[in-house]
Design a protein around this ligand. Sequence first.
Ligand code: UDX
Length: 464
Amino acid sequence: MKITVVGTGYVGLVSAVCFAHWGHTVTCVEADQKKLSVLKTGRSPIFEKDVEEFMRRYAKQLSFTDNCRDACKEAEAVFICVGTPEREDGFANLKQVFAIAGEIADSVEGDCVCVVKSTVPIGTNQKLDRLFFSRAKKGRRIEVACNPEFLSQGTAVHDFLFGPRVVIGVEKGRGAKVLRNIYAGYSGKLIVTDRQTAEMIKYASNNFLALKISFINEIANLCEIVGADVETVARGMGADSRIGEQFLRAGIGYGGSCFPKDTKALHWLAKYYDYEIKTVKAAIEVNENQKIRLIKKARRYYPSLEGLTVAVLGLAFKPDTDDLRDAPSLQNIAVLLQEGADVRVWDPTGYERIKSLYPHQITCCGTIEEAVDKAHLCFILTEWKQVKEFDPARYLKLMQRPIVIDGRNCYSPDAAQKAGIVYDCIGKDRVLPPNWQEELSRPLYLPLDGQEPSLAPHLYQRRA
Ligand code: UDX
C-alpha cells in the first residue's frame, strides 16, 4: 500500500521502516531540515537499534521529503506521528497534530485514512473527524483511525513487528479494512474497537506500567526500613501470573518521553471532567520523590555536598538510548550543582544535550575510571552494561572515599562487600566495609523519608 508517515521521531521512523519491511511503499515527511538531510543520506537521526539497517535494506520503498502536501496527495493512509509534548498547564499540546490534519485536509485527492499514532487525549480523534467533515471535498472521504504505539526505546523495531497487540480504533467504514491490510504482516493479536476506547487503551497501558513502577519503588523504600530485599520481593510477586514479573524493577523512578507525560496528561484529562484519578496522582508524586532519593541517601554520608566531587554514571533515562527526556539524571545534576558539588558525568552515548544545558558547569568524561577518579561519591543513574561490568573493586582503588549510591541496583551486595566499598542501593540493606566509621552514617529512614519540598516539586500541579 501507499503510506505517508508524518514525523520521523522514534514512533514515525520506526513505523515507516517496519511498514517497508512488510512490503509497503512509505513516504516520510520531516520538516526539520537538519534531520531530513541526515535521513536522505540513509542514516538515522535517532539512536535506535535496527532502524538504520532497515533503512538500508528497504531503501527502494522509503523516501523522505519536507513537502507534506505532495506526500499526502495520493496516499491511501497518512500516519500522524508528531510529538504531543506536555503543555505548561499539564495538558498534551496538540498543535502539531491539528496542523498536520489541516495539511491532509487540503491535499488528499482520493479516499484516505488518517491514522493517529501520536498519543492524544481521549476525544481527539473525534475532533479530527469533525475537522475533515467540515472540509469535505467531492470525490474523496478522509476517515480517522486511532492506532496507538506501544514501542519501548531500544527495542522499538522488535516491539513494532512482534509486540503482543496492535490496537485499531475506527468507526464503521473502510478504515478497519485499510488498517488490516497495512498490518497483514503482523501475526499477533489485533484489537479492533472504537476510537475513544483505542485512545484510552494507550493511556491506561502507560499509566498502569507507571503505577507498577511507583508501587515497587514504595515497597523498595519500605524494604530498606524493615530490612527486606526488594528484588526477591519482586520475584516472589512476579511469579504470580496475575501480577507478572515485568516492570517491577525498583530504582530511581521512571523517565523518558512517555510515562511522565502520559501520567500527567491523564491526571489533567480526568480533572477536566471533574474526576480525580487518585492512583495516578499518587504514582506521579512517588516518582518525583524517588528521582531524588540518591540525593537524600548522600546526606547520610555528607551533611553538605558543597565542594565534593560527585561521579554520575549514566545520563539517559534507560540504557540503549541517548534520550534524556525527563531522565532522573537531569534533576540529580541540577540539585548537585545547586548544592555546590563538582559533577563529573559519564554516559556512552555522548554529551550533546547535557552540554547544551550545562556548557561549563560539569565535566564530561570519556571513561568510567575518569569519572570516579578521586571522587567522594558515585551516583549510578542508568544501568548501562559498562557500569554493570565495571569491577566494584575499582571504586575502592580510584575513589577518594568509595561510596557508591546505586539507583539501578547494578551490583549484588555480595560483590560490593567483597570489594570493600560502601554500597547503598534501592530496596536492600546497604553494605558497609568493616572499618567504616559508622558514626558518619546517619539512620536510614529519618532523612530519607523526610519532606524536602524544594527538591521534589509536585510536578502534577499546574504551573499556573
Ligand atoms: C514506554 C512504554 O514501555 C511503551 O510501551 C510506550 O509506548 C512508551 O513508553 P519507554 O519510555 O521507551 O517505553 O521505556 P520503558 O522501558 O517502558 O521504561 C520507562 C522508564 O521506566 C525508564 O526510566 C525505566 O528505567 C523505568 N523502569 C522501567 C523502571 O524503573 N522499572 C521497571 O521495572 C521498568
